[in-house]
Design a protein around this ligand. Structure first.
Ligand code: SF4
Length: 278
């Protein structure tokens, strides 16, 4: 599939964030080539074309480093989430290095940085990502390569993401594993969850888990893949994930019980940030 690449100018680099533990978010790209079928980032952008074409376009914010250089001089210090509505290490970053330049600047100016990615390209920046100033989170929804390829078509393979956690953890950087979304009848088997939680155990990472969020336009992109794997599931899905459904309660208790058994600290998503505890 071809991706449409373009450049834009941004007015702001650091946006206020309401996510737990983050004061700001920084997104060097608009759009995300990883194209995860369950991604709800476009719902925050409120643009129907982007919502339906997520994964097919990337707009690089070509002036973000200059804008950030001005902002770090006048904005109060606080933790910056890199990134919250795109993957900061998606393929275009290998060439443009916008994320690298931004985190280098943030680190030099004393802004703690919390990275979240599904790409092993983050290992390129091990020289910058040091324990005192960074934490690194990696999303792993399954260790099954074929399944990951269906739902996260252009992200790094699960093993490569596990290696990212291993590498940073061995260097003393705080690491966390985001296990989400957990989709009923897709990646919620006890075996599948255990394989992911074992990665958290091995890498001394805290685990954060999350349910599927069917925000705007998610269902349109997700339903065809679900139908291909599990006919009839798309129709039942809204009921399966509603509020405190039986299915979700069962999943939470399975995740928490495996974590207890393996001694992994775990939390449902969006309560607190693992390392700033705000
Ligand atoms: S990597 Fe993250 S931002 Fe990119 S498509 Fe996947 S879920 Fe969305």
């Amino acid at each position: 599939m071809s991706i449409e690449y373009s450049t834009i100018n941004c007015k702001t680099a650091l946006s206020p964030s309401k996510l737990p533990g983050l004061r700001y978010s920084l997104n060097p790209y608009l759009g995300c080539e990883h194209g995860c079928r369950y991604c709800y980032s476009p719902s925050t952008l409120r643009d129907e074309w982007m919502g339906l074409n997520w994964g097919k376009f990337v707009r690089a914010k070509q002036n973000i480093v200059e804008v950030l250089a001005r902002e770090v001089k006048r904005k109060p210090k606080g933790t910056v989430g890199v990134s919250t509505v795109c993957d900061p290490y998606q393929p275009l970053e290998a060439k443009l290095k916008l994320t690298r330049k931004c985190i280098e600047l943030l680190s030099r100016r004393g802004f703690p940085v919390s990275i979240q990615t599904k790409s092993s390209l983050v290992l390129r920046d091990v020289d910058l990502i040091v324990p005192e100033k960074f934490d690194v989170g990696v999303t792993i929804t399954t260790m099954d390569r074929e399944l990951a390829g269906k739902f996260e078509p252009r992200a790094s393979l699960p093993d490569a993401r596990a290696q990212v956690l291993e590498e940073f953890s061995s260097r003393g950087v705080e690491t966390w594993l985001f296990l989400g979304p957990i989709i009923p009848e897709i990646n919620d088997s006890e075996d599948g969850l255990r394989q992911v939680i074992e990665v958290a155990h091995r890498t001394h990472s805290e685990l954060i888990y999350d349910k599927l969020n069917l925000k705007r336009w998610v269902f349109d992109r997700l339903a065809p893949v679900l139908e291909g794997r599990c006919p009839g599931l798309a129709e039942r899905l809204p009921d399966l994930i509603r509020g405190q459904s039986e299915s979700w309660r069962r999943t939470c208790s399975m995740v928490e019980s495996i974590c207890r058994e393996l001694g992994v600290k775990c939390e449902p998503a969006f309560r607190t940030h693992p390392f700033t505890n705000k």
